[in-house]
Design a protein. Structure first.
Length: 617
């Protein structure tokens, strides 16, 4: 009978734990037991790197991945990685005999159902643990120097102040730290723990956390602040400082790993909530705007998922599973009825049994269905073509390759979805084609990421229709269509557009002509209205007002606009437009473009909007 059969997980909140036995030899003896999280037991959760704790360029780097050690549990031998063995050995030396939860041992890795259920408990485990112990690996010749310097910085509090200072003050502060100490801290940041995909929740969820590198204890907040400050200097693009010489060999990914913890720290408290991180996406939008917490939660999840692409993991599924388990913790759940259905859908994605391609596809469709902003589609750009590797998941071109480092910018352009291409994706693929009005915009697909950016096809074209026309006439399109290889987003759109492409080209030309006339005719009208003291109620129904640099600016809507319509503005686009909500159908219908002189010149810095303005970034 296996060890896991002897200690079954009988309750939904049951976990296994290990208890270290005293000893002086290299044989680490442990015993296994179970406990229920609802009983609020005392236990330690270990946060560590499964493989080698240092990167290849670290002076103390060894080939850990090829080494296996064993723990003695009764009469059973448990095979573990070298780094985990060294962590338990160090804890035994510190006489730490509190039960310990270690994912690699306490979860039956061969039982996919158990693994999947324990995955859903991950955030709760790290949140409810009496202590979380971070293990960075064995110490080296520079560890003592690094921990002593960080201890001084922690005591005098200068690091907290300097992280908020301007560039010159921050540079002078780092230059004042002895070079030997800077070098030692840089080597500490080369520890792979800082760039793990699971690190963020393991560092932010715990109420009490201790961090060890060998026998030395250090404050994780201090070193993450140092990483943030170093990254600020290294990425400033200004004159090089002395500290840059010590950071030259430190990968930005390692600095950003620690800096990311610092950036998220404090935002996950109940006061701010997980969604507070989303406000970093649009800091110049008036904070008086009432942004629903569910929307902020989705924005933060999308941002965290994109950041996770820069991090390391042993399984490609973890690039989605780690952010999702973190975001779904009850501490971050918005208190609204609409979030309950959203949570049920998200929990359905949290399944490590799904193949990588299915998981990525399911998550992307969930985000498309749930968000008004479709930033996630702008993440789908690929710098390299599909290599055909057996390890690389086969994904449609509109699904972001989450397993790769993300390099795309935020959504930067607007495609009027007169072809309703978004209806072909996600939940909209079930809409009968005969019922799809090409000028009707699903509310959650108002902004479809620029397909030219997402597609692998490049063409010299200024408009969407001409680009599609170029693609349809290309040899690549004809060849792939014959072979049935139609996974690129351009194929999806062309399939949905069908024979209406010529109409689309004519429609775009007509729109451009009308836009030019519209702008020319109304320039004088806007000026006269701005100078006018009184405006008739009839005219007010056609006007939308907002502030630019504190000045009242008036934008003109189409004549058919109603007072109940919404004005939509997207960051990166200079043409606002009006949409009308379709009662009971959860959709918007395009009314037409709006005119706003300063906005269309790209001069908007601070916006104060009325209730009927939709802003998407």
């Amino acid at each position: 009978m296996s060890l896991y059969s002897v200690h079954p997980l009988q309750n939904l909140d049951s976990i296994r734990v290990l208890t270290l036995h005293p000893g002086e030899t290299e044989v680490v003896e442990v015993s296994m037991g179970t406990m229920q999280l609802s009983a609020k037991p005392e236990f330690i959760a270990l946060s560590y790197t499964w493989g080698n704790p240092t990167d290849e360029r670290h002076p103390s780097h060894q080939k850990y991945d090829l080494v296996k050690r064993h723990l003695l549990c009764g009469t059973d031998l448990l095979a573990v990685q070298q780094n985990l063995y060294e962590a338990l050995l160090q804890l035994r030396q510190k006489k730490e005999y509190t039960p310990i939860w270690v994912d690699a041992i306490c979860i039956d890795q061969e039982n996919k159902d158990e693994l999947n259920h324990q995955l859903s408990l991950m955030s709760r485990i790290y949140c409810d643990a009496t202590w979380v112990i971070v293990w960075l690996g064995k110490d080296d010749a520079t560890t003592r120097e690094a921990t002593q310097c960080l201890s001084i910085l922690q005591r005098d509090g200068s690091l907290v102040f300097e992280t908020m200072s301007h560039y010159e003050a921050a540079k002078e502060f780092l230059d004042s730290i002895p070079r030997q100490s800077r070098h030692a801290i840089a080597l500490l940041l080369r520890r792979r723990w800082f760039n793990r995909v699971w690190t963020l929740q393991e560092a932010l969820m715990p109420i009490r956390l201790r961090c060890f590198c060998g026998p030395y204890e250090l404050d994780i907040t201090t070193i993450c602040m140092f990483a943030a400050l170093s990254l600020k200097i290294a990425s400033s693009g200004q004159a090089r400082s002395e500290v840059s010489k010590d950071l030259d060999e430190l990968p930005l990914g390692q600095s950003s790993g620690g800096a990311c913890i610092s950036a998220w720290h404090g935002l996950t408290s109940p006061a701010g909530g997980f969604g507070a991180r989303a406000l970093f996406r649009y800091p110049k939008i008036d904070y008086k705007m009432e942004v629903p917490r569910t929307f902020k939660w989705l924005m933060a999840l999308e941002l965290y998922t994109h950041e996770a692409r820069q991090r390391n993991c042993s399984q490609m599924q973890d690039k989605i599973l780690a952010p999702l388990t973190f975001a779904l913790h009850e501490a971050f759940a918005p208190e609204s009825s609409e979030f309950l259905s959203l949570k049920r859908e998200a929990c359905g994605i949290l399944d490590c049994r799904l193949p990588v391609s299915d998981l990525y596809l399911k998550f992307t469709r969930f985000m498309i269905d749930s968000m008004v902003s479709l930033d996630i589609l702008s993440r789908a750009h690929r710098d390299t073509l599909y290599s055909g590797s057996t390890r690389e998941p086969k994904l449609p071109s509109w699904v972001p390759p989450f397993h790769e480092v993300g390099t795309t910018s935020l959504l930067d352009d607007l495609l009027f979805t007169q072809y309703n291409a978004a209806a072909y994706l996600g939940p909209y693929h079930q809409i009968p084609r005969s019922l799809v009005d090409p000028f009707e915009l699903p509310v959650r697909a108002v902004f479809f990421g620029r397909i030219i950016q997402i597609s692998n096809h490049a063409a010299p074209a200024d408009t969407t229709s001409t680009w599609l026309s170029h693609f349809r006439n290309s040899d690549s399109y004809k060849r792939k269509s014959m072979l049935g290889n139609c996974h690129d987003i351009a194929h999806v759109v062309l399939h949905n557009v069908g024979n209406r492409l010529a109409d689309g080209i004519a429609w775009e030309a007509e729109c451009q002509s009308r836009r030019n006339e519209f702008m020319k005719y109304h320039l004088s009208t806007v000026a006269s209205i701005q100078l006018s003291i009184t405006v008739s109620p009839r005219a007010m129904r056609k006007l939308f007002r907002f502030d630019v640099y504190g000045q009242r600016v008036i934008g003109l809507a189409p004549m058919q606009a109603r007072e109940s319509d919404h004005i939509c503005i997207i960051q990166g686009s200079r043409v606002p437009f009006i949409v009308r909500e379709t009662p009971g159908e959860n959709k918007y219908k395009l009314v037409g473009e709006a005119f706003a002189e300063y906005f269309m010149r790209g001069a908007v810095e601070s916006l104060n909007f009325a209730d009927r303005v939709i802003v998407l970034v």
